[in-house]
Design a protein around this ligand. Sequence first.
Ligand code: SF4
Length: 64
Amino acid sequence: MFRSLREYIANLDEDIRAPEPLYEERLAVCKGCELLLEGMCRSCGCYVELRAAVAKNICPRKKW
Ligand code: SF4
């Protein structure tokens, strides 16, 4: 088991992990989103840090 989301993300394969600038850009959008609640997206129910960390993922509301 991974001790934290950050540790999990750091261990994602580079082939699937979003590049750092893209990851930060996505999280900045989430931070300004009315659907974010305590790190969780109320549209999809996932932790946005985890969702944003995978390159192929998209925002369920098409904000990124
Ligand atoms: S994933 Fe999309 S809908 Fe969910 S909090 Fe982020 S910007 Fe908002």
